[in-house]
Design a protein around this ligand. Sequence first.
Ligand code: FAD
Length: 495
Amino acid sequence: MTGANSGVRSAIVVGAGTSGAIVARRLTDAGVAVTLVEAGGYDTNPAIHDPSRAGELWHSTEDWDFFTVPQPHAGGRQLHLPRGKVTGGSHALNAMIWVRGAASDYDAWEAAGATGWGWADVEPIYDAIENDLLPVTDDYALSPIQASIIDAAVEEGLPRNPNYNGGTLDGVSQEQVTIKDGRRVNTWTAYAQPVAERMTILTGRAVHSVIVRDGRAVGIRLGEGDEAEEVFADEVILSAGALGTPVILLRSGIGPAAELAALGIPVVHDAPGVGKNLHDHLLSPVIFATEKKPVGPPQPGVSVTQSHLFWRSRDGLPQPDTQPIHFSVPMWGELEPRGTDGFTLMAGLVTPYSRGELRLTGPGLDDLPHIDLAALEDQRDADALAASVRQCRRIGGQPALAEEWGAVEVYPGPDVADDDVEEWVRRTAITYHHQVGTCRMGSDPQAVVDPQLRVRGIEGLRVIDASVIPTVPTGNTNAPAAMIGERGARFLLAG
Ligand SMILES: Cc1cc2nc3c(=O)[nH]c(=O)nc-3n(C[C@H](O)[C@H](O)[C@H](O)COP(=O)(O)OP(=O)(O)OC[C@H]3O[C@@H](n4cnc5c(N)ncnc54)[C@H](O)[C@@H]3O)c2cc1C
């Protein structure tokens, strides 16, 4: 369907990240006059494009560098939440791993009121994306340590899964990634950048809020104070991500009325769900040194993570609840003392029960949001992550690692007994970078957007990004964000 058919002549897309870059491309191809607004700059930093250098992007100018409020169930720590602030968004910073999730994840969305988002609806979208502009591949050479990690996981009893996107997640696998010829490919470089000359692109411009007149979104406010500027279009699409989009809605007066009033923000529409339901996956490290031969430094063009596994931490689960991810480098984080070489089996929780929230602390662009993941608040999350740590310890002790490499566990290390791993998890848990849910889609009054991704109560305004995800899928969230971008654009063009 073309833009002319849908009647949409012009659209503003806020955010050139995973979802927004796809939306901008699809609308442009349909003849819609697109203005794509990105708070960050262009992706000129070479570290973005070399998969081995992703770690350099944390705390860089391309990182929003968010932090949570102190997390009482995770040692009182404030967790760093990197998010891409650059063309490509978080797909410019991420590890490029491609995971669809479990069919039952999407059937659960549908059952909870996201009508039309069951597996039968989304599977063809994934099939289409993977055979279109993004290269999704596991056809690359494994680093020697990664091959041994996979062997060790098999020795621990896990099945070797040749395609975790093929219907069964369980087992250990080489990661499918969006890398081509040793370079990162993201939705900006694959979708939006090739048609950039056919759009209006504003970079380095942060959107303050949406302009709403008589219940309809008519444009956006860029910047604030003396630098404020207004841009108008038929449709406004927020693709600013699970932390960026709710902030824009709240500054626009679309959110929980009492919270907005307390900050002196005029209430445009009482939407109690905006910023609620924030949740994320979590990681906790198990780090090894090698006594027989060094792992060696990262190689240019090669990601430091190439394998992962899906595993059920207890009986009776319909799908895996843990997804350890394996790094060819020691991921020391805040740990001291630290060595110079090694590898990390990063335990991972992918079925979190804890739910946090995002709130504003003020109406200005510089007022940092209050971000509370409620990390490990639900005991089931701590139990699953601790079980995952114990499993990673066991894998490190298998012959393929312990005998071939002389792998020796440095952290948690011999002083931490398996019974004390929960304390380790609370002391070391970090984000898996998969925040979702802050503008949940559904059919109930608390849902922020309807299943067509229209903001309830406001005409001409959609949210198309990871914030609409009602419950985080079993796996990394980039592929779901891309799928949401494709579907959201189709909904909009269909009118
Ligand atoms: C370090 C890291 C590693 C990750 N690894 C993986 C992985 O390997 N595999 C995987 O599947 N997922 C991974 N993820 C998660 C995945 O990248 C995200 O889920 C996905 O990119 C979300 O897409 P999005 O479109 O919702 O938001 P984003 O891609 O974050 O895009 C949002 C865009 O909006 C812009 N924006 C925000 N606010 C404003 C504003 N006010 N005005 C203008 N622009 C604004 C931002 O700058 C950004 O460009 C990782 C994430 C990170 C940060």
